[in-house]
Design a protein around this ligand. Sequence first.
Ligand code: PMT
Length: 353
Amino acid sequence: MSAAQDSSPSTSEQPFSAESYFATQPPPPTLDADVRNVRSFVSQQVAVGRKVVLVTSGGTTVPLELNVVRFLDNFSAGTRGATSAEYFLRAGYAVIFMHRQHSLQPFSRHYSHSTNPFLDFLELEDAPQEQTDERTVIDHARPIITVHPSDPEHLRSVLSAYKAVQKAGTLHSVTFVTVNEYLWLLRAVSKELHLLGRNAMYYLAAAVSDFFLPREKMSEHKIQSGKGSLILEMDQVPKTLKPMVDEWTPEGFIVSFKLETDTTLLVPKARASLERYGHQVVIGNELHRRKFEVVFVSRSSSSSGIVGYDKPGFEETWLRIDEKASAGGKEIEEDIINELVTRHLSWIKSVNT
Ligand code: PMT
């Protein structure tokens, strides 16, 4: 049976709530193991009083078949998430890096297959022949591998930051591929981080599918192409920000992203998201300018935040970097993380005021 031929009733008239989603869609088989590892990482950070940020990164897929051959994907290389994770680590946070498998990762992103391909730095050199006595010659016929980076200083600084993070044990990675894996992981990891109260930050940079095929509507085998066009009716992915704020982690400092291709929509959409979900910050970014400018949208400090008491006001802060500075290696994520660290600190302090 293909998705196009499926006769099960559509749920489109009654969209999935987060609750009905988790009651009907199966968890990924690795969930329990992933949660155990996250729990152990979190308790190590709690023991030393370190703040923890969950960084989500990369796009989610929506498989069209149970034996998956085809899937829909969401655009994201994982640059924003991987870059931001490095700056959070530098700022003293422990990072849970929840990313799309094979997307960019902190540190190694500098030497990915497309940026500074690592093999291009390696050279093969003939090894010298060595004679130990009259009869024995050690034949080092196998060439020696030497490393010749184009910018040794850069490699040295990336490598030393990477080794320091490994030694400190402040980076923990968890992977997802499908939107289903993402949703289950997001809920489980948020609940684990709940333990940290206000010391936890959530930085949701992943590009998450808006539509999916519920398991019961998926074709078991590869959808056959012989019958002409393919018509899919997909269900809406439930919004997770609402349960995150209300149930999973009510004290966490939650930062979501809004991607648009029309800059004029960024602020109104970000405000609408804050009004609907009640979290702390939305960072708006336009597709083509996202490496040079972003806008922080949050509730203004003059607003009481009490529903029905006054109309919530909003404030916007634009962060911009020069395109020339960007070409010289400056990354806007450095400024984004500096700003968030400051805001997170005042959020933590505000608990007593
Ligand atoms: O990786 P790059 O190539 O550098 O690209 C980075 C980016 C442009 C993808 C990133 O900066 C970005 O904008 N990510 C959010 C994309 C978006 O518009 O998401 P959304 O409108 O579908 O969701 C809004 C927010 O809620 C996002 O923070 C998303 O992570 C989160 N979300 C959405 C749906 C859902 N079910 N769960 C979620 O957590």
